[in-house]
Design a protein around this ligand. Structure first.
Ligand code: ZN
Length: 182
């Protein structure tokens, strides 16, 4: 199969955290950062994204194949073979039949579809959470701007309306899961 196809499937199959877990098993991942193995530091400057990495110290970045290749001093093709073996991905690297290529392609697009569905669900959670924050903020502002000033007058209608709803809004916000990355 083509090197480019294989790289796409590897990116879709493995997260960078899984890759680090296998090739740097002693490293503790803190909030997606690890100490960079490429410029020998103690602090964590290398950030792990789902399918790529980037070091803010030495500016090395790339995908899983780049990471393993650089870490183990392997060519991209050898890094792919190594990943293929270590994670038992079963990619037909090198000589392969048409059927093997089609199977691998299908598996690759299936994985990419799954990845996209997860990203979409995360996007919807962020949106729903932002809506709750907006609603609560709107009510809080409405209460502040219409706060009762005259003890003897009836409460302003706008204040009463907001006051009725704000507890419900706060309750919904407390119950909502804060999406990752917010
Ligand atoms: Zn670095």
């Amino acid at each position: 199969m083509q090197i480019r196809e294989a790289a796409t499937i590897i990116r879709a199959s493995l997260t960078m955290e899984q890759v680090v877990g296998v090739y740097l098993p002693a490293e503790r991942i803190r909030r997606r950062f690890i100490p960079c193995p490429f410029h020998g530091e103690k602090v964590g400057s290398l950030k792990l994204y789902d399918d790529s990495f980037y070091c803010f110290g030495c500016h090395v970045g790339g995908d899983a194949v780049d990471f393993v290749g650089k870490l183990l001093a392997l060519s991209p093709a050898d890094a792919m073979r190594r990943i293929n073996d270590d994670f038992a991905l079963g990619l037909p690297l090198g000589e392969s039949t048409m059927q093997q290529r089609l199977d691998a392609q299908r598996r690759g697009s299936e994985l990419i579809r799954q990845r996209e569905a997860i990203a979409e669900a995360r996007r919807r959670r962020v949106e729903a959470y932002s809506e709750l924050v907006d609603k609560w903020t709107r009510l809080a502002v409405q209460m502040r701007d219409n706060a009762p000033t005259d003890r003897d007058a009836p409460y302003p209608v706008a204040w009463v309306e907001a006051a009725k709803q704000i507890d419900q809004a706060a309750w919904e916000l407390n119950g909502a899961e804060l999406p990752e990355g917010m």
